[in-house]
Design a protein around this ligand. Structure first.
Ligand code: KG4
Ligand code: ZN
Length: 335
């Protein structure tokens, strides 16, 4: 039997829709709002208005690419949070109205859990339990995933997220938002020759705000001596920034694996697209004989396929659903 599920994601600045036939992804459409580049960050009001314009075309495209009519849908999964309230409201209200009209379940999904569940879209899939480093624009977490519905957050950032660290230091270099992918690209032509101070946090938590300030002061001092410093050294500065962030992330992963006696490591979220992080994770996995799971780039950044697989698995486990829930920008459903 073909159980078609529509998934919708609109937590930040990407409007996504995907269709699953049972546990198989059949279409996955993402509309990314590049308008925020000019503002140096996501402008919430602009983001929600763009979602409003994009939601219907994106959903229709996902349905038509899947060759599915909405009357064939058996369930809808949608991001309920965390995220920007205005952005969440557009996708969630759309999903709720459609589910209600079609008289099918509306499965509410935690965006951060869904990033982790992206590992279950395609083979190879990690076996439980595993450690997942979840690194995005708004979150940096170490999560022990014990089962599909058993997540334990054992470390998180005390201030900025890893994606923010990339974006904000990139902005200091004059790079447009989101600077993360551009820092990554520049870093591939440079060497990590500059040193920045990073806060040493005990245990499994992270901190990136001191690092950001250190980059700020370093650039200020260098530019005083040479106003072309950034232009002349962009690749090396980017490589140094990336090296610092990657080292901070990977060292905490190793600490957590040891502390919880785990040998399977996964990475999820937008920053897991970073080539330096992927390379360093592969290196340590080889050295220490770890099983490593790194998603395809298109499943790292925000997408509806991850919402779909998380929704499908909840639906098939018979989890209760409700039309009564509202989006929650601070949703925290993981322990
Ligand atoms: O998961 P995501 O798409 O959205 C959130 O849920 O936040 O993550 C977006 C973040 C941004 O901070 C972006 O700069 C970062 O992921 N990012 C990268 C790369 N690709 C995306 N950071 C470093 N290197 C990349 N290649
Ligand atoms: Zn995300």
């Amino acid at each position: 039997m073909s159980d078609f599920l529509l998934a919708i994601e609109s937590s930040c600045d990407d409007t996504g829709a995907a269709v699953f036939c049972n546990d198989e992804l059949v279409s996955n459409v993402v509309f990314s709002q590049i308008i925020h580049e000019q503002y140096g960050g996501v402008v919430p009001e602009v983001a929600s208005r763009r979602h409003l314009q994009a939601i219907l075309p994106v959903v229709n495209k996902a349905l038509s690419q899947a060759g599915v009519d909405k009357s064939q849908l058996k369930a809808i999964a949608c991001t309920r949070g965390p995220g920007l309230m205005g952005s969440l409201l557009v996708g969630y209200t759309f999903a709720k109205a459609l589910a209600f009209a079609l008289d099918i379940p509306l499965i509410s999904i935690d965006h951060m859990k869904a990033h982790i569940m992206a590992h279950f879209i395609e083979e190879p899939k990690p076996a439980f339990p595993f450690l997942c480093l979840t690194v995005s624009g708004g979150h940096t977490q170490l999560v022990i995933v014990r089962d599909y519905d058993h997540f334990e957050v054992v470390g998180s950032t005390l201030d900025d997220a890893a994606g923010e660290a990339f974006d904000k230091t990139g902005k200091l270099l004059g790079l447009p938002y989101p600077a993360g992918p551009l820092v990554d690209r520049e870093a591939s032509n440079g060497s990590a020759i500059f040193e920045f101070s990073t806060a040493k946090i005990d245990g499994l938590d992270f901190s990136f705000s001191g690092f950001k300030t250190s980059v700020l002061y370093f650039l200020r001092d260098q530019i005083r001596q040479n106003e072309n410093f950034v232009a002349e050294n962009l690749s090396d500065i980017c490589a140094s920034i990336q090296h610092n962030i990657v080292e901070a992330l990977v060292s905490k992963c190793l600490l957590a694996l040891e502390e919880f006696s785990l040998s399977t490591l996964a990475v999820a979220g937008g920053v897991s697209a970073n080539s330096g992080l992927r390379r360093q994770l592969r290196n340590v996995a080889n050295e220490r004989n770890l099983e490593l799971f790194i998603p395809k780039i298109s499943y790292c950044t925000d997408n509806a396929a991850m919402i779909g697989i998380a929704g499908y698995l909840e639906w098939k486990r018979g989890c209760p659903f409700s039309y009564e829930l509202a989006p929650d920008p601070r949703l925290k459903s993981m322990l």
